[in-house]
Each structure stands twice: as C-alpha cells, then as structure tokens.
Ligand binder design. Sequence first.
Ligand code: C2E
Ligand code: MG
Ligand code: MG
Ligand code: MG
Length: 291
Amino acid sequence: HSKECGRGTFSYFDEKMNAKAAERLILHGGLRQALGRDELSLVYQPQVNLRTGRVFGAEALLRWTPRDGEPVSPSRFIPVAEESGLILPIGEYVIHEAFRQARRWCDAGLPIQVSINVSGIQIYRSDLVATLAAVQRDTGVAPDLIELELTESTLMEDVNAAREVLDALKRAGYGLAIDDFGTGYSSLAYLKRFPLNKLKIDRSFVTDVCSNAEDRAIARAVIQIARSLNHRVIAEGVETVEQAALLRRHGCNEAQGYLFGRPMAADELAGLLDAPATAARHHLERRSGGA
Ligand code: C2E
Ligand code: MG
Ligand code: MG
Ligand code: MG
C-alpha cells in the first residue's frame, strides 16, 4: 500500500521496519535453539567494596555464541528474548547457572555474592518466587549470597504486582538492587515502597563524572538518596582510578567496571580474587590518602 502514498516516505519506513523485523526474526530463530545447542553461558564481572578494595561479589552476564557465528551482544538479543517470551526459559537457565556457580564458589571457600539480572517478563509472567525457591533448595545456596537486579521501568510497569513479588523475594532473603538507576521512568515516591537493598548508578552518569559537573551532581544525588534510605550504592562502568576515588569520596560504597575487571569466566574471577583487588586497593589508598 506504500505505493499509493506517492512520496516514497512510507516505503522508506517500510524498508527500515522490514530490515528490523527480519533481523529480529533471524535472532529469534537462532535464540530458540540456543539453549538446546548449549550456546548460552554466563560470565562474571567483579564488584568491589570501595572502602576495603575487596571483591565481594560478581554480576552474572549472559553470553550467546551461536555454533556457526559470532557472539551476539545481550543488548541485541535480550529485547528479542523478551518480546518472544524466550526470556522465560533463558532466564531460568541464568538462575540455575548463577546459583550453581555461587555454590561452586562457596564450596571452594569463596563466598562471592552473585547478582542476577531479572527481566520484567520474569516478574509478571512467571512464578519467579517459586523458581528461585526450587533452585535454592536444589543448590543449598544461602539466599543472602544472591542479589537480583531489576530496572525502574520494570517495577513501574505494574507497581502493585511488582511490590508483591519483591516483598516475597525480600522475605525469602534475597538482595534487591535497582539497575541503571536514573535512566528509567520512575517516581521517587515509589522508592520507599519497594524493599530495596541497593541502587546501581547508571554508567551514563559515571563515564564523565570527573569532568562533567552535571553528571557529578546526579551521581552525588543518587548516593545521597541511597544513603538516606539506608540502601547501599554501587557505581557501574567505573574505568579509571579517578572515577573510583571521586565516587568513594562522595560516599559511594561499591563499584564495578573495567578498572576492576571485565566480565570473565568464573574460574578466572576466582583466580583474580586477591591480586586485582589488592592492586585496586593500593591505587585507591594512594589517591585518597587511605581510610
Ligand atoms: P547491565 O545489567 O547494566 O550490565 C552492565 C553492562 O555494562 C554489561 O554489558 C557490562 O559488560 C558492561 N560494562 C561493565 N563495566 C563496564 C565498563 O567499565 N565500561 C563499559 N563501557 N561497559 C561496562 P553486557 O554484558 O553487554 O550486558 C548488557 C545488558 O544486557 C545488561 O546491562 C543487562 O541489562 C542485559 N543482560 C545481560 N545479561 C542478562 C541476563 O542474564 N538477563 C537479563 N534479563 N538481562 C541481561
Ligand atoms: Mg545489571
Ligand atoms: Mg546496570
Ligand atoms: Mg547498564
């Protein structure tokens, strides 16, 4: 029907939309087989306490490498997984695997807290509480070693339903963090209604936190909000010693980013537990005079 419009504008959009739809269709086809073909895996990015410099936890991040192709970035395939509902089995895989890894670390004498990204679909369209309970029972991992990362937009989709789920998760003993804080639609009034433990300052405010006064003001405001509400606060995307020192000076508890380590294989993270943390600690102490 685009021809009837005469100007070509519509066919241009049609083409773009077709290209996008085609890409999604291809990704969807591949993603549907990914679990069965063992193409999914988790990598772990260290999370560091800014006061002690110690690695206390790791965020589990999903990776997809199709058997006959290049790795696909989660920012491309997660939206497709969410739209198609494939995020439900994929999310269960992530939960299983993250708990199994937490268990392995525990058995090795390394009680590393594992953060798991949870999509809104899992909150609203699955029995997340029951899934976690079953996996927790099977693996015997203490719930306080598991943190769930949710986004503001997810929680705002249906505040009452989200609150019920979060209350149950809190009762079960899981840590609850808001991911990418400051980038979603949210109302500060709702912050107090959810039983949260942690706010995660989005990377977009961290990147230029040393050079941009607005970003610094926002980062400081988020730190203040978190502290006033008795939540912990972690900065994501910390790449330089300067960023880490500044955030620490302003009261940020924790950090995650390439400075401390890229997302890596679980064994690698265990091996790095002492060395890089110690290096980062020395850096921080030199920069900000200890304490
Ligand atoms: P996120 O949860 O905010 O994860 C942080 C992202 O920032 C990761 O990208 C990580 O590799 C990247 N990152 C960490 N430190 C730095 C840094 O210092 N500099 C820069 N430039 N980037 C850094 P990744 O692994 O590509 O994941 C992208 C997003 O995909 C995640 O954002 C999350 O929203 C989603 N995702 C990943 N794994 C899962 C999963 O298992 N389930 C769900 N539902 N979503 C996931
Ligand atoms: Mg996250
Ligand atoms: Mg994040
Ligand atoms: Mg992010």
